[in-house]
Design a protein around this ligand. Sequence first.
Ligand code: UDP
Length: 246
Amino acid sequence: MKINVLGIHFDDLTVAEAVEIGSRFLDSDCFHYAVTPNPEFILSAEKDGAFRSIINRADLVLADGIGVIHSARLLGTPLKGRVTGVDFAANMLAELDRRGGRLFLLGAKPGVAETAGENISRQYPNLTVCGTHDGYFKQDEPVVQTIREAKPDLLFVCLGAPKQEKWMAAHGADTGAKLAIGLGGVLDVYAGTVQRAPKAFQKLGMEWAYRLYKEPKRFGRMVRLPLVLVKAVKLRLAGGTKKEDA
Ligand code: UDP
């Protein structure tokens, strides 16, 4: 089932359910892409119809961010819970490791994907990191070809939003991967250049506060996020919420 949160149609899934679907995609013989929208995506997608349509056409639309969970509740259509990009990525790596699959890492500054790949290989020795590429390229085709030749099952696309979603929609199928996931700054986390919030912050749904504390320059980006909650309340009061069947 899909739940519409201010124009973004989220899959109502637990982490385990999302991973089960992701695993089925790995077994398939065609391309799928997964997106992990947070409140920032919702605000951008309001103004960018192409971005919104790419998100809503994704094979998995996972609720990354406590603001999405609060908004869904305020709208009277609660989601089962958060499925953050970091958690989904970690679970899919474990799944890929279990089946001895192949992983390609695309994105972040030069050198970051390689370091992330080394750390991932150590943690999941049964999977193969079949290639990496930084996220600051000018031409798409050589990158697509590099990925295709590496023959990955799973592809992490970490170019920031909306670039990574637009890239997956435009080029993902040509990479030959079974599943691509748009994961923002996840390679920085695996490379150790950015730390994930401690567990206590994660449990309280306060990762955003930790992130703001560590990267105060994000203030300009984050200050608009409560707007999503205000919009959810307004819509609820206007009686405009709906649940949809997938
Ligand atoms: N990035 C990239 N190419 C670009 C712009 C950004 O590879 O043209 C990378 C950037 O280096 C970072 C990630 O994309 O590793 C985006 O990080 P951000 O913190 O914006 O994403 P979030 O985690 O907030 O989704």
